[in-house]
Design a binder for this molecule. Structure first.
Ligand SMILES: *Cc1c(COP(=O)(O)O)cnc(C)c1O
Length: 718
């Protein structure tokens, strides 16, 4: 029995189990148990059941023991939880009965599951988290591997001048819902990974994500030198050297960890290039089992899925020959390869023979390769065509599975209530069915508008609460209170822009013509306000400059508090923003946004997008469900692209978005606006759900590769 359950009264012991499975975070029953448990602690811990159970007051526990409302909620949640965990008739097992017993391993450098498990930085991680949750819901037999970062990603603090400071907090492992992984015989798992001339040891944790287990590698163990103990401390923290070591740990250590806990996956999915060394490790295993190099490569290809996530060159890890020689020489010896043959595994013709390109490694050895939107498929084919010099662009073997978001995670409670009422209580189960969403037309505008306005107020209360705390504890100066959005007006049209501050996302684009923009913002009859949020990588000086720039506008008295910057964008903040604003704004430089998912979260909640036609929006926009900046049909330099896109954004705002928002019926409700909101939900929710995405991965990648594994095992047996 762990410490947590020891502290709980006998009748509530199972709360510890519930807190130790992230299922609670996307189930209404699980969430309501913990939010009722102690409302104030729930808020103060930012919805963290582990911290809440550890901090609960004995007198509150005594009260709960007499509280029939709580006891009923608790029992209902435990029943639902046990039914969920024990279910046998889920989508995967009924659709693919012949693949029962198969297993898919999913590797990613980050996982965004919940704010209380801080193992992610942004979009890539949240996509991976949504992938696991949906796999669990659909019953896809999946295990996952990532890192236990003891300092996580940084917390963003903006100083009075508007400069981002990166604060690293140590994670308290005792208050994380993790446990040490064990071998089938019950021993604690430790795996060793050769790096250069030494061996690095990883302990392995696991966290339960519904029915899916996620294993986490951690080098902070006494067997390692103090330098090695820090290898897994931070996400994307170090230089090339640290990065290479981390990727060796993930690829090699991940395979070894799964073997040690007794998993035998037949399909291996690398999410982005970071874990791609897992392919080399499996080639090594094949050779050790007596296969020739070619046979081992063929075996790996027939069982590997690779997803590439960005057309931005800096998003692809490349290691110099010198670094590879320093860290991997042992490997080519074990593989029976020459150094040149080894380098050739990760060769990208554009970078020459002495560079090791992680995406090229994965692309060369995967049986199913995909980008994350239809547009991104095209862009990736062009990018990697050089690897197939004798093929046309159309023949480059890269496909696409467009990203989607995990609906139960991202849906607002108030929208859930509406959907239950008008789509049916089983709407979550059917959330990828476009037919179901036609019923959205039946929602009365009054109810829809009331829910939307409520969610906006909820977001503004959250923003104001933060400002009040900052003001009271003396960490915020008066101008920072202004910049935080504390003066925001609940009745004004509110745009949201939240994402990583990478250059191509052009966060300051709307400020290009300040006079025109100011007129838009400050029109007394139709005011507009914008809420910004997002982190810049601490080493990205240009990204920090962008934040600084926006912060100056947020502090500017002349803009009347119509621009806000909300600190420390994470999943918790993201929920308030994607659910609470009126319009979701996105203006990346096309075609650099591979997909984008925050706009999908917004659309699901009835927040239409105003966006450049790039990534998912190029597929999602249909003329009725939001607004799009048309694409230029000629190639121009970046400056002209900015001018074109910005002018279109202004005129869309002036001529369409703003007039429509403020055009009210006799009842005070903007009915034409509500029609767009409904179209955004009807078209966006089913198609850009993780449910649709995961079913596609299964149908197009996992199931064919699993069947192949099953039939080749049968051949061997025959
Ligand atoms: C959804 C999400 C992202 C990804 O959003 P993009 O639209 O891909 O930029 C990043 N960070 C957080 C916290 C999110 O919730």
């Amino acid at each position: 029995m762990d410490n947590l359950s020891r502290a709980l009264p006998a009748e509530f012991k199972n709360l510890s189990d519930l807190a130790h499975n992230l299922w609670w975070s996307w189930s209404p029953e699980g969430r309501s148990v913990f939010s009722y448990f102690d409302q104030t602690l729930w808020r103060l811990t930012h919805h963290d059941p582990m911290k809440q159970l550890q901090g609960i007051d004995p007198s509150r526990l005594e009260m709960l023991r007499q509280d029939m409302v709580f006891i009923r909620q608790y029992q209902a949640a435990m029943t639902t939880f046990h039914e969920y965990m024990g279910a046998k008739d889920h989508w995967f097992s009924t659709t693919y009965p012949q693949l029962r017993g198969g297993q898919v391993a999913y590797f990613s450098a980050e996982f965004g599951l919940h704010r209380s498990v801080p193992l992610y930085s942004g979009g890539l991680g949240i996509l991976a988290g949504d992938h696991l949750k949906e796999a669990s819901d659909l019953g896809v037999p999946l295990v996952a591997v990532g890192f236990m970062y003891n300092q996580a990603y940084f917390r963003q603090v903006i100083d009075a001048e508007g400069w981002q400071e990166a604060v690293y907090d140590s994670v308290d492992q005792m208050s994380m819902p993790i446990d040490l992984a064990r071998t089938p015989s019950g021993d604690v798992v430790k795996v060793q990974i050769p790096i250069g001339d030494r061996k690095v040891t990883c302990v392995v944790w696991f966290v339960k994500v519904g029915r899916v287990s996620l294993y986490l590698l951690d080098t902070d163990t006494p067997e390692n030198s103090s330098e090695d103990r820090h290898l897994t401390a931070r996400l994307y923290g170090g230089d090339h050297h640290t990065r290479l070591c981390q990727e060796l740990l993930l690829g090699i250590g991940g395979v070894r960890a799964l073997r040690a806990v007794g998993c035998e996956p037949q399909v291996w999915h690398a999410n982005e290039g970071h874990p791609a060394f897992l392919l080399v490790e499996r080639i090594r295993e094949g050779i050790q089992q007596g296969l020739s190099l070619n046979e081992a490569v063929e075996q790996v290809r027939n069982s590997t899925v690779f997803t590439t996530h960005t057309p931005v060159p800096a998003g692809h890890d490349i290691f110099s020959g010198a670094l590879i020689r320093e860290h991997c020489h042992w490997w080519w010896e074990e593989l029976g390869l020459s150094q040149n043959d080894f380098m050739a595994l990760g060769c990208h013709p554009e970078f020459g023979a002495d560079q090791f390109h992680m995406t090229a490694l994965a692309i060369r050895h995967a049986g199913f390769i995909n980008g994350v939107s239809v547009e991104h498929e095209q862009v990736s084919r062009k990018m990697f065509q050089v690897m197939w010099p004798d093929r046309q662009v159309e023949e480059v073997p890269i496909q696409s599975v467009t990203n989607g978001v995990h609906v139960p995670t991202w849906i607002a409670k108030e929208m859930d209530v509406l959907f239950q009422k008008y789509l049916g209580s089983d709407w979550r189960e059917r959330c990828d069915d476009p037919e179901l969403w036609k019923r959205i037309e039946e929602v009365p505008d009054e109810e829809l508008w009331e829910a939307r306005q409520f969610l906006k107020r909820k977001m503004l209360i959250f923003v104001r609460q933060r400002a009040r705390i900052g003001w009271m504890d003396g960490t915020m100066e008066p101008t920072q209170v202004l910049a935080s959005g504390a003066l925001f007006e609940p009745h004004s049209l509110t745009l949201g822009f939240a994402r990583r501050f990478a250059t191509y996302k052009r966060a300051t684009l709307l400020f290009s013509d300040l006079d025109r923009f100011k007129k838009i913002l400050l029109n007394p009859w139709t005011p507009v306000q914008i809420i910004f949020a997002g982190k810049a990588h601490p080493a990205d000086q240009f990204g920090r400059e962008l934040i600084h720039h926006i912060y100056q506008f947020a502090k500017d008295h002349n803009l009347g508090g119509h621009i806000a910057f909300v600190e420390d964008y994470d999943m918790h903040v993201a929920k308030f923003l994607v659910q609470g604003v009126d319009v979701w704004l996105n203006n990346p430089r096309p075609p650099l946004e591979a997909s984008g998912t925050s706009g999908q979260k917004a659309a699901l909640n009835g927040v239409p997008n105003l966006s450049v036609l790039d990534g998912w929006w190029k597929e999602g926009y249909d003329g009725s469900n939001g607004w799009a900046v048309p694409l230029l049909d000629e190639l121009v330099d970046d400056g002209r692209q900015d001018v074109w896109d910005c002018a279109h954004l202004y005129s869309l705002l002036e001529n369409e978005v703003i007039p429509l928002y403020y055009k009210r019926g006799m009842d005070g409700i903007p009915h034409e606006w509500c029609a767009i909101v409904k179209n955004a939900i009807r078209t966006g929710a089913p198609r850009f759900s993780a449910r649709r995405m995961l079913k596609e991965y299964v149908e197009r990648a996992y199931a064919p590769l699993l069947s192949h594994a099953v039939s080749s095992t049968e051949e061997k047996l025959a």
